[in-house]
Write a protein that binds this ligand. Structure first.
Ligand code: HEC
Length: 169
């Protein structure tokens, strides 16, 4: 008896989940796979997935791209890899493409996004959206010299060679 109730409940959940998917923008399977591939080999998880680097990529897909609250600090101030899952939910595909074409603060390699084809940017959108909303928005950007209360990495080169100007003199 208990078993059949459990089955009925899980069938209801499955039906609800299928309904939710059907309501989404049509995202064909190939685009989803391409988006997943790009997120992985494009290095997006390295920064935008908490713990991805530390665990050599052993983070379940369900935890991907929800942002990292460990900041990167350098001459630009302190920046946080955004929660791309919330971003994708809040944007139309057109807004997502436009965002990929705009300048961002370091160490975000925005110039690489700019070089991505529209089809690839749209595939990433389909994939990130399919992951669903997860987590919270990341801390706001902190300008240089202002107090930072979160953990952060310091991104400042050390032991640079003396400037050429000096050595030429
Ligand atoms: C070296 C770390 C790093 C890598 C690698 C990286 N990002 Fe980012 N990303 C950041 C940081 C930090 C920010 C916040 C920049 C800012 O505050 O201007 C950001 C911001 C963004 C934003 C803007 C978010 C918003 O709120 O508008 C998008 C979109 C984005 N990244 C997408 C990607 C994608 C897609 C990839 C993989 C192709 C990627 N990033 C790889 C660190 C990274």
């Amino acid at each position: 008896m208990k078993m059949s109730i459990a089955l009925a409940v899980s069938a209801a959940f499955a039906a609800a989940a299928a309904g939710a998917h059907a309501a989404d923008a049509p995202a064909d399977k190939r685009a989803l796979e391409r988006g997943k591939y790009l997120a992985r080999i494009g290095g997006c998880n390295d920064c935008h997935t908490a713990g991805y680097m530390e665990r050599a990529g052993q983070v379940p897909e369900s935890d991907w791209l929800a942002g990292s609250a460990v900041g990167f600090q350098g001459p630009w101030g302190t920046t946080y890899p955004a929660n791309l899952r919330l971003l994708a939910q809040s944007m139309s595909e057109g807004q997502w493409v436009a965002r990929f074409r705009t300048e961002m603060r370091p160490p975000m390699p925005w110039f690489n996004l700019k070089a991505m084809s529209d089809a690839d940017v749209r595939a990433l959108y389909a994939f990130v959206r399919s992951l669903g909303a997860k987590g919270d928005p990341m801390p706001a950007y902190v300008p240089p010299g202002q107090a930072v209360t979160t953990p952060y990495f310091v991104f400042v080169p050390q032991n640079l060679p003396a400037p050429l100007k000096t050595s030429a003199k």
